[in-house]
Structure formats: structure tokens, C-alpha cells
Design a protein around this ligand. Sequence first.
Ligand SMILES: Cc1cc2nc3c(=O)[nH]c(=O)nc-3n(C[C@H](O)[C@H](O)[C@H](O)COP(=O)(O)OP(=O)(O)OC[C@H]3O[C@@H](n4cnc5c(N)ncnc54)[C@H](O)[C@@H]3O)c2cc1C
Length: 291
Amino acid sequence: MKPASFDYVRAESSEHAVQMLAQAGGDGKIIAGGQSLMPMMNFRLVKPSVLVDINLIPGLDRIEQRGDRLALGALVRHRITAADALIASRIPVLHHAMKHVAHLTVRNRGTFCGSVCHADPAAEMPMMTLLLNGLIHVISERGQRVVAAQDFFVSSLVTSLEPDEMVTEIEVDTLPPGTGWAFEEFARRHGDYALAAVAVTMARRDDVASETRIALMGVGEMPMRMPELEAMIDGRNLSDTLVDEVVEALRGQITPNSDINGSSDYRRHLAGALTRRALSDAWSRADTGAA
Ligand SMILES: Cc1cc2nc3c(=O)[nH]c(=O)nc-3n(C[C@H](O)[C@H](O)[C@H](O)COP(=O)(O)OP(=O)(O)OC[C@H]3O[C@@H](n4cnc5c(N)ncnc54)[C@H](O)[C@@H]3O)c2cc1C
């Protein structure tokens, strides 16, 4: 498979990149790692007239701490996200999730921000951005804006990003020390896109849960946060009965697609089983606050 012909521009700065996108009149595409874009172009699912390469823009490969948040620049590769010591210590749930992403060659090139822009409903990074209250920093020739993760994902492979916009970085929450966390995923082979995955974080004081967050992927058109389930848990002891109630409610709230990898019913069942495991692991990992 070969892509349709296109022009290629190597951007020298973010400003230069968005200038090139604006000139392309809605028909240009940023290329970061190229791990999703090139297959799409080879299958002629996308046919940009111009590719704007951001790989040589200085400074976009940084991970920066900003108070209780971390900012990942547009060129932070999956391999770096997975190995970064700050992420491992401050966001262990993300560190763990990254172990499930693709294979070495893809991880060497693919970027966190590129994955979020690609918005595959079975990808780990969009889901983690949602779990960690991500803020997506966007520029264009029209100015800058910051989009909350819950307003960014529109449907499968569709975001609220305009064609002349570029993501410069994504900020995510770090987790307060002692936060319980868990990431559970099922894929047919390690590194394949998952059939479903669940991530949970929660605080635990006097055997009562609080600040619970639950995110899922692979069970809908886009990654999902589950605020109603989070509210069911906060303020309560995570008993077996409560877990049963949450799993039942979850299965009632999702309508996964059927495909060659599994039926809708199977994915619904799987999501419940993974959630049960993730809730229990997060609860066990959480620091109870006992002296
Ligand atoms: C064999 C294989 C297995 C994979 N397995 C997994 C997996 O298990 N889990 C997983 O999550 N992913 C998986 N992926 C996808 C991989 O993570 C990609 O790296 C990722 O989806 C896209 O990142 P990228 O930097 O390569 O983006 P690109 O391919 O360069 O771009 C993807 C899209 O995002 C846009 N874009 C990229 N960066 C920006 C930016 N800064 N601003 C605006 N738009 C931007 C591009 O224009 C394009 O539309 C797999 C890919 C392959 C080829």
C-alpha cells in the first residue's frame, strides 16, 4: 500500500507548524511518531495535501512538573513515558498502563500527544488522559486554548481539534501519595490493542473511599469516565456488596460494539470482570492512613 502524493514540510517551531497548517486550508496533517498516521495514509483513509513534521522542533520532548501536575510535550515518546522516573513515582497507574502499549518499534516513535490526537477508542493514552483530568494545550494562528479531556474526545478517531490546530502539550494530574490505583487490561497478545481496559484511582481513609476515578476503554466509541459509579463508591467502604452493585451498574451503562475480536455481550462481561479486579486492587493498594 502506498499513500496518495503529498507535500512535506519540516517545521522549525510550533508557530511555523501552525502557519503551515493554516496555509494548507484544512488539508494538512501534523506528523509526530507517524505510527498511526502512516498506516492510515497507506490505506488511503486519510490523504493530506501537506505533512507538517514536528519532530525537529526543540523543547517538545520534555516532561515538566508543574505543582501537582505533569506536562508532557508533543514529542514525548511512549518509551520515555514508560521509563520516566517522575511518572513512575507520581503517576504509577500511568507507568503501569504504558507497559501495555504496542511493541518496542512503535514505542520508540509513537508520542503520547499523537495517541491522544488519534483518539483510538482502544488506546491507553486517551483513557489515561481522561482518568488524570488531562488538559490539552492547543495552538493555531488564531491563538492558544486549553481543552479539558472530557471535551476533547468526540467519537472514534474524532476529536474537537480543528484542522489548523496543533497540540503542544498535555497536562495530567499526579496522584497524592498513598492513592490506591489499578490498571487492568485484556488483549489477545501482549502489545496488541486491548479488547477492554479499566483504570481506577482512589483514596482510603478510615476504611472509607474518596476521590474515586474510574476510566474505561475498548467498550464504546471513545474512552469513558464513569462519574455515576465514582459517586456510588465515594464515602463508602468498598465491601463485596458494593463492588457487585458497581459492576452491575457498569454493565448497564455501556454498549460495546461487536467485532471480530468479541461480541458486545462478551466485552460487557469482560469490562465488569476487569472493573471488579481493578477496584479490589486499588482499594488494597491505597494507604489506609493508619499509623
Ligand atoms: C502495530 C501497532 C500497534 C499499536 N498498538 C497500540 C497499543 O497497544 N496501544 C496504543 O495506545 N496505541 C497503539 N498503537 C498506536 C501508537 O500508540 C501510535 O504511536 C499513536 O496512536 C499515535 O502516535 P504518533 O506519535 O505515532 O502519531 P502520528 O501517527 O504521527 O499521528 C496520529 C494522528 O495525530 C495527529 N497528531 C499527532 N501529533 C499531533 C499534535 N501534536 N498536534 C495535532 N495533531 C497531532 C496526526 O496528524 C494524526 O492525525 C499501535 C500502532 C501500531 C502501528
